[in-house]
Design a protein around this ligand. Structure first.
Ligand code: GTP
Ligand code: IMP
Ligand code: MG
Length: 354
C-alpha cells in the first residue's frame, strides 16, 4: 500500500478532526490549486468554500464532467452545488469579473457572498497599472488593478464592497459565516491564490504580487485565526512553472520545455509559462513558511505519462511512486492528494487508502 509517512492511526485521527482546510500554492502560482480545491469540495462536502488571496489577478481552472471553469474570483468549490461560495474581506473584487463568472457558468447568485469589507477594483486602478512601465515590463504584472487597489487600501481611500449598489445582494459578513460553520462542526475550505514565492514578504521581491499569500495571510483574509485551522495543504506541481519575470532556479530553455511536454500558457494572460524541474529547496521552504500538514502534487501525468488518469496508488509506476516517496522523505510531510489528469476525478486520495 502507501508506505511513506502515512500511517492508518495518524490519518484516521486526521479525518475525524478535519474541519477547516487551507489550500495554498507552494511555488509561483498555477500549481493547480483550482483542481485540488474542486476535488476536495466534492469529496469533503464543505458547507463553505471561501477565497482568500489577492483578487482577480488569479486564474484557477477546474474541469468537472466535461465542463471547464476558469475562475478569477469565485471559489473553485463552485462544482459542488451545495457549497456556499464566499470571498473574504482581505480580497479585492472587480464587480465585472464577478458578474461575468456568475453568468458564464450559470452560478446560482444565492450561493455567492462577498464580505462587506472586500476592496473594490475600479477602472482607474487598471488604467494606472496599464500606464506603468515598471509593472508592465519589469514585474510583468497581470495588470488587473490589484496592486493599485492595494495601494489605495493602504492609503485608506479604497471603496469597499458595501458601498457598491450592484453588489448589494451579495454582501455578507464572511468571518461570521465561517465561525458559525466551524461552531457547527461543518467543513470549510479556504482557497489561497498565487504561490509562496510570489508573496510580497516571502517571495522573490520585487518580482512578486502586492500582498503576502502564505497560509497565515490567507486565513487573515477570510477572518480566521491560526487555531481554527486543522489542515494546511500546500500544492506543488510535479515541476516548477513561473509566468512573467523574476528568478527561476534551474530554468529550462523553451525548446527543452517543449521536448519534455511541459509547455503551458497562463489562465488569465495566456503568456507561456517558464519551467524548471521540481525544486526541493524551494519546496522545503514553502513547507515551513506555510506550516504544511499535507502536500497535494499535481500534473504527475505530465512528468510520468504512464500515470495519466490513474486513480489508485497501486497502479502508479515504480518511478512515480519513488518520486512521491522521495518528496515525503525529504520534506517530512505526507503527499495525500495526487493529481494525474485534467479532470477533477483524476485524483489519487491517499487519505482513504491507509
Ligand atoms: P491555480 O492557479 O493554482 O489554480 O492553477 P491553474 O488552474 O492556473 O493551473 P494550471 O494552469 O496549471 O491548470 C490548468 C489546467 O491544467 C486545467 O485545465 C486543469 O484542469 C489542468 N490540470 C490540473 N491538474 C492537472 C493534472 O494533474 N494533470 C493534468 N494533465 N492537467 C491538470
Ligand atoms: P500582479 O499581482 O498582477 O501585479 O502580478 C505580479 C507578479 O505575480 C507577476 O509576475 C505575475 O505574473 C505574477 N502573478 C500574479 N498572479 C498570478 C497567478 O495567479 N498565477 C501566476 N502568477 C501570478
Ligand atoms: Mg492560475
Amino acid at each position: 500500500m502507501c508506505g511513506g509517512l502515512l500511517s492508518g492511526v495518524v490519518y484516521n485521527l486526521l479525518v475525524i478532526a478535519l474541519v477547516v482546510e487551507v489550500v495554498v500554492g507552494g511555488f509561483f502560482g498555477d500549481e493547480g490549486k483550482g483542481s485540488v480545491v474542486g476535488y476536495l469540495s466534492l469529496k469533503d462536502n464543505p458547507a463553505i468554500c471561501v477565497r482568500g488571496g489577492v483578487g482577480p489577478n488569479a486564474g484557477h481552472t477546474v474541469i468537472y464532467r466535461g465542463k471547464e471553469y476558469r475562475m478569477r474570483q469565485i471559489p473553485s468549490g463552485v462544482i459542488n452545488e451545495k457549497c456556499r461560495l464566499l470571498i473574504g474581506p482581505g480580497v479585492l473584487v472587480n464587480p465585472n469579473v464577478i458578474f461575468d463568472e456568475i453568468k458564464r457558468y450559470s452560478i446560482d447568485p444565492r450561493r455567492v457572498g462577498i464580505d462587506r469589507k472586500a476592496g473594490i477594483i475600479e477602472s482607474g486602478h487598471i488604467d494606472r497599472e496599464r500606464g506603468s512601465k515598471h509593472l508592465k515590463d519589469k514585474i510583468a504584472s497581470t495588470l488587473s488593478g490589484c496592486g493599485e487597489a492595494n495601494v489605495d487600501r493602504a492609503r485608506r481611500k479604497l471603496r469597499l464592497a458595501e458601498e457598491i449598489e450592484s453588489l448589494k445582494k451579495f454582501i455578507t459578513d464572511v468571518p461570521e459565516e465561517i465561525w458559525e460553520a466551524i461552531d457547527n462542526k461543518k467543513t470549510v475550505i479556504v482557497e489561497g491564490t498565487q504561490g509562496t514565492f510570489l508573496s510580497l514578504f516571502h517571495g522573490t521581491y520585487p518580482y512578486v504580487t502586492s500582498k503576502d499569500v502564505c497560509a497565515s495571510a490567507i486565513c487573515s483574509d477570510v477572518g480566521i485565526g491560526p487555531k481554527h485551522v486543522d489542515e494546511v495543504i500546500v500544492v506543488f506541481k510535479s515541476y516548477v512553472t513561473r509566468v512573467g519575470t523574476g528568478p527561476l532556479p534551474g530554468e529550462l530553455s523553451w525548446d527543452e520545455i517543449k521536448r519534455r511536454g511541459w509547455e503551458e500558457y497562463g489562465t488569465v494572460t495566456r503568456r507561456p509559462r517558464r519551467a524548471a524541474p521540481f525544486n526541493f529547496d524551494l519546496a522545503r521552504r514553502a513547507v515551513k513558511l506555510n506550516s504544511a500538514t499535507q502536500i497535494a502534487l499535481t500534473k504527475l501525468d505530465i512528468l510520468f505519462p504512464k500515470t495519466a488518469h490513474v486513480r489508485s496508488w497501486d497502479e502508479l509506476s515504480k518511478e512515480a511512486k519513488d518520486f512521491i516517496l522521495e518528496i515525503e522523505r525529504r520534506l517530512g510531510v505526507p503527499v495525500t492528494i495526487i493529481r494525474t489528469g485534467p479532470d477533477v476525478g483524476d485524483t489519487i486520495d491517499r487519505r482513504e487508502h491507509v
